[in-house]
Ligand binder design. Sequence first.
Ligand code: ACM
Length: 530
Amino acid sequence: MRRRHILTRLLATTALALPITLTTAPATAAPAPARHLDDVIPAPVETHPDDRATFTLGPLTVIRTAPGSTAAWRVGRQLADTLRPATGYPLPVLPVRATPLPEIALLLGGADPRIGQEGYQLDVTRHRVTIRANTAAGLFAGTQTLRQLLPAQIEASERQRTRWTVPGGRIVDYPRFAYRGAMLDLARHFHTVDEITAYVDLLSQYKINYLHLHLTDDQGWRIQIDSWPRLTTVGGGPGTGVDGVGPGYLTKADYTAVVRYAAARNITIVPEIDMPGHTNAAQSTYAELNCDGVAPPPRTDIAVGYSSLCIHDDLTYRFVEDVIREVAEITPGPYLHIGGDEAHATTDEDYRTFMHRVLPLVTKYGKRPFGWNEITKVDPPTDAVAQFWGTGTTNADVAEAAARGNKIVMSPANKAYLDMKYDPTTRLGLSWAAYIEVRDAYDWNPAQRVTGVGESAVLGVEAPLWSETLRTLDDIEYMAFPRLPAIAELGWSPATSHDWESFRTRLGAQAPRWRLQDVDFHASPQVPWQ
Ligand code: ACM
């Protein structure tokens, strides 16, 4: 009662007062467990706690952004949108110099020089929280850390009654790897724009900065291509997807909406058109893409390795160039992924012929080629990125590519594949690579996984999520959480900070946030859930 009274008076004395309905709040709120600057996923590079410097977010707090920077102001607006529902505070966003009010300041420049392009420095004193970065991406990363430093109730969609404290001190933080990715498979089961953007929201909280979209496969074609219109209306139409229950496709407008939504959260879309195998959806739609001119039937099973584009037909390369050109046109990011995995119906010689014609097409349309690790068999140009998905720890082609200068993204299927079951009882997922519990997903080093692929060769990590068994956003969440944050920490945090005991404790503290966000997570027995 007393607290309620004080808060009411405080609000009455400010011009920024909101019509807060305090009667809906519980009379006594349990005190939140004390938080610490280290209670963050991914683990920050450096923390310097100051127990005397707790900041309290209150009804008078303003969000102040670097004057003259629209980019900083946008991040401020996003932060306000995140913090308003649970606090009920007005949190005006003002591009101004220092104010006498308690403030969260988002400033450009003036930080520790180590933070680079994506890092940030966060300082918490009694009167202000200051996030400094060199870019909007760095400011955004800092705001995601701030979010985790506030009580978990900050994730509620309705006003909560708690003290919105932030532990005092300084964090200096920046990523270990440039590429910290996740992948969604839209081909085996289509996921809508709303589902993809909901996943983007979750990824961005853990400083993931790339979302790879697997847009085409044997069971479905999911991206509009104007010059081959039946790819989507037929190849992505009714009856497509595994068991025929995953139809749908992204129009170019949908795709662009996803690209923009993700970009606002520092996530770059990497589109994948898988070839020369995994192409049955295209070949069953257009008979002329088959060497014998006969369209095979559509496939809705989960077999792999049976389809191949016709390698010695010029029409194949007209098709491929049309698709690459149109996808490149709507993709502002640097990468275009051409798959290249499991081309078991293509001879090695034909595979080489195909890739040597197609890799330059990606470059022709201004993109950097990306492919599954099989592309290293054809000595691709050194700007091509290879995505390792093997389950072993040696791969001579990948090691040779790394030695030549190709960058490698690490997605070992028995560590990083989010569609693998946690254990034999998991309702969803597959198990061909492994059962992957949280500790399996966490306890490996991307720069010590494959012989000959060390720190300087690793561009980063990616957690692919294949959709053979998935239908809904709940399904996506259940497979991604809590393993996605484990992969995110491998991508961002220094190897020296790697510590399972610390991670499992910090992970356990995320659960109240996920419950409030309605994230359907796997309550692994390995984690002390709060
Ligand atoms: C893959 O899992 N076939 C890349």
